[in-house]
Design a protein. Structure first.
Length: 485
């Protein structure tokens, strides 16, 4: 009990730590994202403010231009620059087209020669050219304006002629940090409160989840050992957990069926291999120990040869089936005339058809019937169905072939006259290794995989296949394959 409790506590602790870590990381990322947006918004607002103030100064400068490009009221310009600079942490100044500072807002008289900041400042030629080209707003690190500065430049025009430039400069760190810090403080309080609340919720949710997970973990351990009869409880309060338990139980049920099918497959293969191996061994031993006289040896060696060929066909069929079921055979659908393919496939049975005087009907009605499918795989389907039809059609019997399409699907039917199949057996005719009892005397060379392979190939094409029969009259196989697969 102690061991199980430790396991449960370990699982609870693991999920709680994982959940808590994800929540913390999520909130940190959200906070960082918000900070980025806040900083970006501050930058946009600050640029708008600097542009707005710089344009007002530029308009004022233009309104006070007199004859010869001189300013009539310098005091107004100087006062405006000073007020702008004093009301913020920005610095404003006006420079001529050569980069020399004419007026600034960082000293009382507005004269740059009396200003410690702008006394020796000559704006870089590149900045002047950008300003004359329509102005700019940018973040800069250079010798003119300093490190980490927002700089805005607005040209001052007299008509169409630029006579000077208004510059506004603000320290990014000095302006941004207090703004971000104040918001970060309130955000930190909110994050801590919400984080604590979320961790409490995670704690109780984790406790509610770990018990059913432990129960289902126990079921999976038994399933892993091959014990497919164990089932998880489906009476938990959480719907998602119940759904998960149902899916787990469904998986266990399907694994049990697959396990039973595997055992049945092995048993069937063993049975089918045993008969030819026994025959081969018996006749060879008879030849070796002299039981079979020398004049009969050739006859029985022929029987042995046929059984060896039967084994080879069985192995090939199982290999083909294995490849198809494992997805190693990809579909390569093309559009072609299936009527022509039926005719070409039928030629493989020409000798037996002639020997048994079997009449073939329907060839004249299946010209130019299009199908979209993998040609090689459909060839295998047709060969198996036609081989089945020829094999079980008696002498002087008939095989009737139908084929058509309606633009959406292609339909093919192969009907042969003969003894037919009993109703209780027709439903099992597509199973692996299943052979209809009445056909065993005819089909001594079959292995019971042909029709199963046929059904598998049709299903790969999203199609359907069925079998119908009337005893003493006919047996018919019909399949359909859609154009859109």
């Amino acid at each position: 009990m102690a061991k199980k409790t430790r396991k449960r506590n370990s699982l609870f602790r693991k999920y709680f730590i994982i959940g808590g870590t994800i929540i913390v990381i999520g909130f940190v990322l959200i906070a960082l994202t918000i900070m980025v947006f806040v900083a970006n918004q501050w930058w946009n607002d600050k640029v708008d403010e600097l542009l707005r103030n710089s344009r007002n100064i530029s308009y004022m400068y233009t309104d006070n231009l007199g004859k010869g490009g001189k300013v009539d009221n310098e005091e107004m310009i100087i006062t405006a620059l000073g007020m702008m600079s004093d009301s913020s942490i920005s610095e404003y100044f006006i420079a001529d087209k050569n980069g020399k500072v004419l007026y600034c807002g960082d000293c009382e008289d507005g004269r740059p020669e009396n200003c410690n900041v702008h006394r020796s400042l000559v704006v870089n030629k590149n900045h002047i050219e950008r300003a004359l080209d329509g102005g700019f707003s940018d973040y800069m690190n250079d010798e003119d304006f300093g490190i980490g500065k927002f700089v805005v430049a607005v040209p001052i025009k007299d008509g169409h002629k630029t006579v000077a430039i208004t510059f506004a400069v603000e320290d990014a760190v000095t302006g941004l940090l207090p703004y971000v810090a104040s918001i970060s403080q309130y955000m930190a309080y909110a994050v801590c409160f919400v984080l604590l609340f979320m961790l409490i919720i995670i704690y109780y949710l984790t406790r509610g989840i770990t018990k059913p997970l432990e129960d289902m973990q126990e079921v999976t351990r038994h399933i892993a050992k091959g014990e497919f009869n164990y089932r998880a409880s489906e009476d938990y309060k959480q719907k998602d957990i119940n759904d998960f338990a149902k899916q787990l139980n469904k998986m266990a049920y399907e694994l049990a069926i697959d396990d039973e099918s595997r055992k049945s497959f092995v048993a069937n293969v063993s049975h089918e291999l045993k008969t030819p191996m026994t025959t081969i061994g018996g006749f060879i031993d008879g030849i070796l120990d002299g039981t079979i006289p020398p004049e009969e040896e050739k006859k029985y060696l022929g029987v042995v040869s046929n059984e060896v060929k039967r084994l080879a066909r069985m192995v090939v069929s199982m290999l083909n089936l294995s490849k198809i079921e494992s997805g190693e055979v990809p579909l390569s659908p093309v559009e072609y005339d299936i009527g022509k393919q039926v005719f070409e496939t039928m030629l493989s049975f020409e000798k037996k058809i002639y020997e048994n005087n079997i009449e073939i009907k329907g060839f004249e009605e299946i010209n130019n019937v299009l199908i979209k499918a993998d040609r090689d795989l459909v060839q295998q389907v047709l060969y198996n169905l036609l081989d089945n039809a020829v094999k079980f059609t008696p002498e002087n019997g008939t095989i009737h072939i139908f084929a058509s399409n309606d633009g959406k699907k292609t339909y093919v039917k192969i009907r042969n006259s003969g003894a037919g199949v009993a109703p209780e057996e027709i439903s099992r005719i597509f199973e692996r290794f299943y052979k209809v009892d009445k056909s065993r005397s005819y089909d001594v060379k079959g292995v019971g995989l042909g029709l199963y392979i046929v059904k598998t190939i049709i299903n790969m094409h999203d199609g359907e296949i069925s079998a119908s029969s009337k005893q003493g009259e006919y047996t018919e196989f019909a399949f359909e394959i859609p154009f859109d697969q």
